[in-house]
Design a protein around this ligand. Structure first.
Ligand code: ATP
Ligand code: MG
Length: 222
């Protein structure tokens, strides 16, 4: 399956709290890959009170999915700026309809997806992660109060600005997000499996998973 071209278009998937953001941060430090998180983009739009952000906000706060049209518009606009570059999407697509729109769009440009990474993390560990998670809203940087605490409690390491809890990172909303994941997003794994581009990674911690992911990416890039 080795490719000779120098760019790679990829996705990172996994349940809420699986550590997609943690992995993409490390991947972006090591590889020339631009990572895009739909959740971070949506939260940025909410902070800036854009029309799209105002529309998306209620769905996110209750742990539901934002309507496909809104998210598709947001992501395709970003992707149009990344032609000829390697990229990895985190949090998109999340429904079969989003996946098909993405495929159609990439096919039109003769730039199909190369790789889909799936983080398979036991359900038992993810709720505690969500409870422990604090974020720096402006950048999307995340901290875990047990594993990866900020240098000064409550403040971002880089900017010194205050950290916040995501409004959807609570036990009840998380359950709703997990239900949506199983109902709508997990079925996408077989969609990509059939295309022969799915790679599964199992582990309970991001430190266990990262070396496996790095090794996989090295077979495509460099
Ligand atoms: P985590 O950040 O822990 O990996 P997550 O996948 O639940 O978990 P985000 O990806 O940050 O969180 O997304 C937060 C919310 O934004 C989702 O619960 C959903 O409401 C909305 N959202 C993000 N991406 C999409 C998408 N592709 N389609 C629909 N809604 C989305
Ligand atoms: Mg995330």
């Amino acid at each position: 399956h080795r490719r000779t071209s120098t760019t790679m278009r990829s996705l990172i998937m996994g349940s809420p709290g699986a550590g997609k953001g943690t992995q993409t941060k490390r991947i972006a430090q090591r590889f020339d890959i631009i990572t895009l998180s739909s959740g971070d983009l949506l939260r940025k739009n909410i902070m800036e009170e854009s029309a799209l952000g105002l529309e998306a906000r209620a769905y996110i706060e209750e742990g539901g999915l934002v309507p496909d049209e809104l998210v598709v518009e947001l992501i395709l606009k970003e992707l149009s700026t990344l032609k000829g570059k390697s990229w990895m999407l985190d949090g998109f697509p999340r429904t079969l309809s989003q996946a098909k729109i993405l495929d159609a769009h990439l096919k039109e440009e003769s730039q199909p997806l190369d790789l889909v990474l799936n983080l398979d993390v036991p359900e038992g560990v993810i709720l505690q992660r969500i409870i422990d998670r604090w974020i720096h809203p402006a950048s999307g940087r995340t901290y875990n109060m047990s594993y990866n605490p900020p240098k000064r409690v409550g403040f971002d390491d880089v900017t010194g600005e205050p950290l916040a809890k995501r409004p959807d990172d609570n036990v009840e909303t998380f359950k709703h997000r997990l239900d949506k994941y199983y109902e709508l997003t997990r079925p996408l794994l077989s969609y990509y499996q059939v295309q022969g581009i799915l790679r599964n990674f199992q582990g309970s911690t991001s430190d266990q998973l990262y070396p496996l992911i790095q090794a996989e990416l090295e077979t495509y890039l460099n």
